[in-house]
Design a protein around this ligand. Structure first.
Ligand code: ATP
Ligand code: MG
Length: 320
């Protein structure tokens, strides 16, 4: 069995440092070793909000972020959910393979419901992990670079693949999640850094925007800087961020800052992040809208071909 990488993001806003250290860095490494598909999960935007919002702008921005960090469209198929109707068709048989109780106990779905802006929880919120199974299985993906919040979803995919194979014969491989260097990067409020939670440092932020964001980060009044995830999540989050950008350990940085207080910690973090993002910003500034359109047209076409073949295999296996 040859390995194939599948991963993706929702076009809900600009990619941030959590994406970088959770998944993007891994993708850039893996693109040289395996065939790889990267999904722009536009249908998934409406899981936790009523309307897709500025979906076109966010799709373009997402693609520019990919290119800026070094994802190479000559090696990687980048495509959109909404361009591949077969993904929605796979959802139907896949839904028949999981129980309502299994859908309800998904811890990531529970967390997302808690942060959702919707008045009522939609059916899609409970079923999107099964849609994700279709995203992974349509191309027979075996390696899935993701952050920690996605682990329950990869489990759902394995469950769907296993049950499909048991009922209808061997069609799908069981994929594995690949976590990055930092599977759960904290945001500037101490919670999971997320596009939709106003606590992120976007990869596309300018130097001044980055400085302003870090200035507002939640810390504590203790001047002595120490690395303590449990008791000082805000300080630990900044130390982790600076450490990742500098390639150094957060504990070592804490010792160096000593009694410099939150102001020194924030200055060190701002400089580290800005230094780290400089080449990414530079590459992003060189890209144009034409590149984006061409890459999506080509990627959608390649992904669609693959999806048509898999859906046909599924139909035959099921006896339709
Ligand atoms: P949203 O708030 O709109 O859900 P998000 O920031 O959670 O946005 P997603 O598009 O949902 O981003 O996730 C894309 C990928 O990035 C997933 O693999 C996810 O696990 C990973 N990821 C997201 N946030 C983090 C984080 N803070 N640390 C590590 N990985 C992350
Ligand atoms: Mg998310």
């Amino acid at each position: 069995m040859n390995d194939l990488v599948l991963t993706g993001d929702r076009p809900t806003g600009p990619l941030h440092l959590g994406h970088y250290f959770g998944s993007l860095a891994n993708r850039v490494q893996l693109q040289d070793r395996y065939p790889m598909y990267v999904l722009i999960a536009d249908y998934q935007v409406i899981t936790d909000r009523d309307v897709p919002g500025e979906i076109r702008k966010h799709t373009t921005d997402l693609l520019l972020d990919y290119l800026a960090v070094g994802i190479d469209p000559a090696k990687v198929t980048i495509f959109q959910h909404s361009a591949i109707p077969e993904l929605n068709q796979l959802l139907l048989p896949f839904l028949s393979l999981v129980s309502v109780a299994e859908l309800r106990r998904n811890p990531t779905v529970k967390d997302e419901i808690a942060h959702s802006s919707q008045a009522a929880v939609s059916g899609l919120m409970f079923t999107y992990p099964v849609h994700q199974a279709a995203d992974i299985l349509f191309c027979k993906g075996t390696l899935v670079p993701v952050g920690r919040d996605q682990l329950p979803h990869v489990e759902v995919t394995r469950l769907v693949a296993r049950r499909f194979n048991e009922r209808y014969g061997e069609v799908f491989p069981l994929p594995e999640a690949l976590m990055g260097e930092q599977p759960l990067l904290r945001g500037l409020d101490g919670g999971k850094m997320s596009k939709s939670r106003g606590n992120a440092i976007p990869l596309s932020a300018t130097e001044d925007e980055t400085a302003a964001l870090i200035r507002k980060a939640v810390t504590d009044p203790d001047r002595m800087i120490t690395y303590d995830e449990e008791r000082r999540p805000g300080v630990a989050g900044l130390l982790t961020l600076a450490g990742l950008c500098l390639g150094r350990s957060p504990g070592e940085l804490a010792e160096e800052i000593g009694d410099g207080g939150a102001a020194t910690l924030k200055r060190v973090t701002t400089e580290a992040v800005n230094e780290f993002l400089r080449p990414i910003r530079k590459r992003r500034a060189e890209l144009g809208a034409d590149d984006v359109r061409r890459i999506l047209v080509e990627g959608n076409e390649r992904a669609r071909e693959r999806a048509v073949r898999t859906l046909e295999e599924v139909r035959v296996a099921m006896g339709f």
